[in-house]
Design a protein around this ligand. Structure first.
Ligand SMILES: [Zn+2]
Length: 152
């Protein structure tokens, strides 16, 4: 498969905006929940990734879109993160993703493992709790509910 030097053609602002939407579907806020509209820009040296300082009551929290996520303190550019997510979802090898982004293969593999770990943690518990089994609400019934919800 051909490698594409995507980092050179990708719009950093568009990637950043997409990541903010993905990481903060209810809107970016400080770690205490004050909306970003209550904050001032603290640092812009890594623009488009801005560091904010909250002006909420009794709150001077300094944060960015990656605070509290697996990307906290990352040096990766938004376009590199988007390319990693795209590459992993497309089933590309870590070596290919690393070449395309211009990162070391181990760094890509570490991030891929973190993503897979996060996805695993987000899975529903299995097997279902005993109380659910006893009440007759096991997995098959949950599947039927899901199919019914989809209208199939
Ligand atoms: Zn705050």
């Amino acid at each position: 498969m051909m490698d594409f030097p995507m980092a050179r053609v990708i719009d950093e602002q568009a990637c950043y905006d997409w990541l903010v939407e993905l990481l903060h579907p209810d809107g970016l806020s400080c770690p205490r929940g004050h909306p970003v509209s209550m904050a001032g820009v603290h640092k812009r040296h890594r623009a488009p990734v801005l560091v904010y300082q909250c002006n909420g009551l009794d709150c001077r929290a300094v944060y960015c879109a990656f605070t509290g996520t697996m990307w906290q303190n990352t040096q990766w550019r938004p376009s590199e993160i988007v390319q990693l997510l795209a590459g992993v979802s497309q089933g590309k090898s870590s070596a290919q993703i690393a070449r395309e982004i211009g990162k070391k293969r181990d760094h890509v593999m570490n991030r891929r493992h973190q993503l897979q770990g996060n996805a695993f943690e987000a899975l529903p518990a299995f097997p279902p709790a005993r109380s659910r089994l006893r009440s007759g609400r096991g997995v098959p019934e949950r599947r039927r509910e899901r199919h019914a919800a989809r209208g199939s």
